[in-house]
Design a protein around this ligand. Structure first.
Ligand SMILES: NC(=O)c1ccc[n+]([C@@H]2O[C@H](COP(=O)([O-])OP(=O)(O)OC[C@H]3O[C@@H](n4cnc5c(N)ncnc54)[C@H](OP(=O)(O)O)[C@@H]3O)[C@@H](O)[C@H]2O)c1
Length: 306
C-alpha cells in the first residue's frame, strides 16, 4: 500500500494562459473538493513580461481575500528576482528574510512552506548562510524545501549540522527526470513532482490550442511524438485487458507514472481548465483506491527514467 500522496495545485500559468477568472474557478473547485496545498513562486508567471512579475501570487491573494479563506497551505518558492526566465536570483540571508516577511504579511498562517527556488551555487559557505536564514524561518513553524538545486550534494552535506527534513520539487515525467541528480536524498518520500505531462503533452486525438501550455513554453511536441504514440499503444492494450473504466488522456498516464514512482510525496498538477481539474481529481481518487499499478510497470519499462 502506498503512503498517502498530496495533490498540489500549481500556479505557473496563472496570469499567462490561465486568466484570473479561470484561476478563481480552479481554486473554487480544488478547495471545495477538500484540497488545500497551492504551489506558488515569486516569479510566476515566467512569461518574460516584466509587468506580470508576481501576478500569479496576486491572483491567489485576491481569491483568498474574496473568499475569506484561512486554511490554505501555500508553498512559496523564493529567490527569483524577475520573471524573465534567467537564472538570476538572490539567496542572501537579508533577502530571504525580507521576502519571508513579505509573504508572512500576505499569507499569514497560510504560509506553510518556503522553498529555495533555483540555486546554481557551488560555494558551501554561501549556501550555509542561506540555510542559517532558512533555519530561523523553520523555527517559526514553516516547512523548508528545495527546488531546482544544481548541487544537491552540498545541501545534503551541510544538512548534517541543520537536520532539515526537506521536501524537494523535481521535474519528473515520462520523458525526463531529475530524480537521479538528487540521489543523496533517495530513500524517503520527500519528492514533489512537477511537469508531469512534460509541459502539456497530449495524445494525438487531442489538439494543441494556440494558447496551449506547450505553445507558450516552446515544448518541442514533435520530438516526443514517438513516445506519445508508444504510451497510447500501451494504453490501448491495457484498456483492452482491464475491467476498469478505460483511460483516455495522456495526463492519466502521467499521473499513474508519477504516483507509483519511488519516493514521491506529492504531485503538482497544472490544469488550465476546470474540466481538466475535474478529470484530474476524479482520476486521483482512482489512484488512491489502488488502481492502475500494472499500467505503471509498463510505463516505467518504456520510460528511460524507469
Ligand atoms: N519547481 C519548479 O521549478 C517548477 C517548474 C515548473 C512547474 N512547477 C509547478 O508545477 C506545476 C505544474 O507544472 P506544469 O505546468 O509544468 O505541469 P504539466 O502537467 O507538465 O503541464 C501542464 C499542462 O498539462 C495539460 N494538462 C494538465 N492537466 C490536464 C488534464 N487533466 N487533461 C488534459 N491536459 C492536462 C494542460 O495543458 P493545456 O493548458 O495546453 O491544455 C496544462 O497546462 C506548475 O503550475 C508549478 O506550480 C514547478
Amino acid at each position: 500500500m502506498k503512503p498517502s500522496i498530496d495533490l498540489i495545485l500549481g500556479t505557473a500559468l496563472w496570469a499567462w494562459t490561465v486568466s484570473k477568472e479561470q484561476a478563481f474557478q480552479l481554486l473554487d473547485k480544488f478547495y471545495e473538493a477538500g484540497y488545500r496545498w497551492i504551489d506558488a513562486a515569486t516569479n510566476y508567471p515566467i512569461n518574460k513580461n516584466a509587468n506580470d512579475f508576481r501576478a500569479s501570487e496576486g491572483i491567489l491573494c485576491e481569491w483568498i481575500k474574496a473568499n475569506g479563506v484561512q486554511d490554505l497551505k501555500v508553498l512559496m518558492k523564493i529567490g527569483s528576482i524577475n520573471n524573465l526566465y534567467t537564472p538570476e536570483n538572490n539567496l542572501t540571508p537579508s533577502f530571504i528574510q525580507i521576502i519571508y516577511n513579505e509573504y508572512l504579511h500576505l499569507f499569514g498562517e497560510q504560509l506553510a512552506e518556503v522553498m529555495v527556488h533555483w540555486d546554481n551555487r557551488a560555494e558551501a559557505d554561501a549556501i550555509r548562510a542561506s540555510l542559517l536564514a532558512l533555519d530561523r524561518i523553520r523555527q517559526e513553524g514553516v516547512k523548508i524545501g528545495l527546488s531546482g538545486i544544481k548541487h544537491p550534494a552540498i545541501y545534503h552535506e551541510l544538512n548534517s549540522s541543520f537536520g532539515f527534513d526537506w521536501d524537494i520539487q523535481l521535474k519528473h515525467n515520462l520523458v525526463y527526470s531529475d530524480y537521479d541528480r538528487y540521489s543523496a536524498f533517495h530513500g524517503q518520500a520527500r519528492f514533489l513532482a512537477y511537469g508531469i505531462n512534460a509541459g502539456g503533452l497530449k495524445f494525438p486525438s487531442a489538439t494543441y490550442r494556440k494558447d496551449s501550455s506547450t505553445a507558450v513554453r516552446n515544448v518541442p511536441t514533435e520530438k516526443y511524438q514517438d513516445l506519445v504514440h508508444e504510451v497510447a499503444t500501451i494504453l490501448t492494450d491495457y484498456n483492452a485487458h482491464s475491467s476498469l473504466e478505460a483511460l483516455t488522456r495522456f495526463n492519466e498516464c502521467s499521473m499513474v507514472y508519477t504516483y507509483y514512482s519511488p519516493d514521491i510525496k506529492g504531485i503538482l498538477v497544472g490544469p488550465s481548465k476546470t474540466a481538466q481539474l475535474q478529470s484530474t481529481l476524479t482520476f486521483f481518487e482512482q489512484l488512491q483506491a489502488g488502481q492502475h499499478e500494472e499500467l505503471y510497470n509498463r510505463l516505467a519499462a518504456l520510460s528511460s527514467n524507469g
